[in-house]
Write a protein that binds this ligand. Structure first.
Ligand code: FE2
Length: 484
């Protein structure tokens, strides 16, 4: 009787919350929602496909699972659904994770889907593909969904993320979430599952990159389903760089935990070659490069700038969306680490000769100390540091506009626009910098190989039963590969 009553209450709370999707849930409603989620919905995430016509799906499935598929239809009741079969990989916990790619998606269409595990369907969810001429994304970083000794913390941090996504959906018709790392504080499966539990998260394409905290566990490796995942020389234990295109934008998601410059260079080159006519190039990675907000990290960051600055210049990255420092900052346009054009709050930069580097606040872990921003920072958060900011990025053929909102008030905090005219021509890196970039990249690759031993010993210390060659070799999972 007690169980029936609790299921009824959970269903009632869910119905109330679904009736008003733009309103945030209370903690009690959220907890009831989480506990009511069916096993068939465990860990469902939509990730980018290779381009706007594809999406990659992932979810968890029992160990004995034989067949998985995504059912896709333009009708809410899944009438006439097309079934896209997929594959499974063995997870660290011994059950399976389903990996499915759906194809032939048309722009500006709402699709309904269910994830099917051996004939058992999840709930029906929906997503809308981007329009052919414009789309918007939510850019956040350092979500830090956290499982700690306090059991309430996991739910609290996941709810905060759910609230941010829900509020962001009132500011734009979102297609993507761009997340610059530290999605999870300890890299635990429970953290990733809680992060993606909300209805809103299952309706958006979630493009994420690995942060140093995601690297504390092993579950990022099994949770993701990434397109064009690349490794040539030395991979990180869990992931490689990857890329995808949407309309006029080429997105490069780079794993800055890995110092392997030769791998990063190879991935960026392949990405640019695969989409030579993309008008915009947007990089997303974890480490803050130019804000200098945290003085004691500057020696490490200087080394990272040696590695990344030549790459960002050589491949003409327009906008870099970063994280790690947890301090909101937007730089002026930089090339070779020097300012080439000013960025102003509310302003427009036309034909930027270089890259704008941006960092947003952590969604759940604000810093307490005042940031020591460098003079490269054009817009920064320096007061009321406990505020949570999030960002709507609007993409069209000729412009990228970033609008930053204060989560507490819902008010606009800052904005800027990058614009390109038809006669725009990007800068060309000079030969000396290119050679220096090659040298830095090669040194980084040697360092990365040795650093993987360090990652391996850290995982062993934490009690993970991982294999040495998995940790030091190019042994991250690719789609369809089964690793026990
Ligand atoms: Fe972080």
């Amino acid at each position: 009787m007690k169980k029936i009553l609790s299921v009824f209450l959970a269903a009632l709370l869910l119905a109330v919350s679904l009736a008003a999707p733009s309103f945030a849930m209370t903690q009690t409603e959220w907890d009831a929602y989480l506990s009511s989620e069916a096993d068939a919905d465990d860990g469902i995430i939509i990730q980018p496909g290779a381009d706007g016509t594809q999406k990659n799906f992932s979810w968890y499935a029992p160990a004995e699972t034989e067949q998985v598929a995504v059912l896709l239809s333009t009708s809410p009741d899944l009438a006439g659904a097309r079934a896209f079969p997929g594959k499974t990989i063995r997870t660290y916990q011994g059950d399976k994770a389903a990996k499915v790619t759906v194809t032939d998606l048309r722009p500006g269409v709402t699709y309904y889907y269910a994830c099917q595990t051996d004939g058992v369907n999840s709930d029906v969810y929906s997503f809308s593909t981007a329009a052919a001429d414009r789309f918007s994304a939510l850019y956040v970083t350092d979500i830090h969904v956290s499982e700690t000794e306090d059991p309430a913390e996991l739910s609290r941090t996941a709810l905060k993320f759910n609230e941010v996504v829900t509020q962001a959906q009132t500011k734009a018709d979102l297609s993507y979430i761009l997340s610059a790392g530290d999605q999870a504080s300890s890299g635990l499966r429970s953290e990733y599952v809680a992060m993606t539990a909300g209805q809103a998260q299952k309706s958006l394409t979630f493009a994420l990159t690995m942060g140093n905290h995601d690297r504390k566990g092993v579950d990022y490796k099994y949770f993701k389903n990434l397109p064009n995942e690349s490794v040539k020389f030395v991979s990180d234990y869990q992931t490689g760089d990857y890329w995808f295109a949407q309309n006029d934008v080429l997105f490069l998601f780079l794993d800055s935990n890995s110092g392997s410059g030769a791998d990063h260079r190879a991935a960026m080159k392949a990405a640019v070659r695969s989409h030579p006519n993309a008008r915009w190039r947007v990089a997303v990675m974890h480490h803050d490069l130019y804000s200098s907000a945290i003085p004691h990290r500057e020696s490490e960051t200087k080394l990272m700038r040696l590695l990344w600055s030549p790459l960002f210049d050589e491949f003409n990255i327009d906008l870099a969306l970063l994280g790690h420092s947890h301090y909101y900052s937007v730089t002026n346009v930089l090339y070779n680490g020097k300012g080439t054009m000013a960025v102003e709050n509310g302003g427009t930069v036309t034909n930027a000769p270089g890259t704008v580097y941006m960092v947003s606040t952590s969604l759940t872990r604000p810093r307490g100390e005042e940031p020591a921003f460098s003079d490269k920072v054009a817009i920064g958060l320096t007061e009321d540091l406990t505020r949570t900011l999030y960002n709507i990025v609007d993409f069209s053929k000729n412009a990228i506009t970033v609008r930053t909102y204060d989560f507490g008030t819902g008010e606009l905090f800052a904005s800027y626009t990058l614009e390109k005219t038809d006669d725009f021509s990007p800068k060309t890196i000079n030969l000396f910098r290119k050679i220096m970039g090659f040298i830095s990249a090669a040194i980084g690759t040697v360092y990365a190989w040795f650093n993987n031993f360090h990652v391996y010993s850290n995982l062993k210390e934490k009690g993970y039963d991982v294999d040495l060659m998995d940790a030091v070799n190019n042994n991250f999972l690719s789609e369809g590969e089964t690793v026990c």
